[in-house]
Ligand binder design. Structure first.
Ligand code: ZN
Length: 170
């Protein structure tokens, strides 16, 4: 059984933007008002992330130049980060394999801080502070980069990055 689509809501599935879409390279802008429109976008992004088996998705990956991302680390609930600020990152670093919904099929081990503190607003406009470690810390750092137009392979040595870029274009 299927339900008739509700034409009154903005429920069109969000299209995933893939490398080399230029929207992935913009520095995103602060969200000025957290209202209904942002709520709809956030729900759409969580649905898109889950449908793509992602652990995180940033607004530019669906074509919105907004400082906003969502996460669902393994075993964690969906989380929303609007206008996030990285408050601290540990000296201690850890290597983990990363991939990106905008660069399908490409994975690489990357070294980043193991523990972070991030402040942000949720979709209700409530501010929060979160201490994260493990996979959630990693996802937040990866998504935060997207808001600055940075992709995970930008952190790799040039030789390795060039090899992955060739592999991606094939
Ligand atoms: Zn990504």
């Amino acid at each position: 059984m299927t339900l008739l689509p509700d034409t009154k809501t903005d429920s069109a599935p969000l299209r995933l933007r893939l490398e080399p879409d230029p929207v992935l390279r913009v520095v995103c802008e602060e969200v000025s008002e957290i209202g209904r429109e942002v709520g709809v976008l956030v729900q759409g992004m969580i649905a898109r992330m889950d449908a793509s088996n992602g652990v995180g998705l940033a607004a530019p990956q669906v074509g919105r130049k907004m400082r906003l991302f969502v996460t669902r680390a393994p075993g964690d609930r969906a989380r929303v980060f609007i206008n996030p600020t990285l408050i601290s990152a540990s000296q201690k670093e850890v290597e983990m394999e990363e991939g990106c919904l905008s660069i399908p099929g490409i994975y690489a081990a990357l070294t980043r801080p193991s523990d972070i503190i991030v402040q942000a607003y949720d979709e209700q406009g409530r501010g929060f502070s979160l201490e994260a470690t493990g996979m959630l810390a990693r996802v937040v750092l990866h998504e935060q980069d997207h808001l600055e137009g940075v992709l995970f392979w930008d952190h790799l040595p040039l030789k390795q990055r060039t090899r992955l870029q060739k592999q991606y274009r094939r």
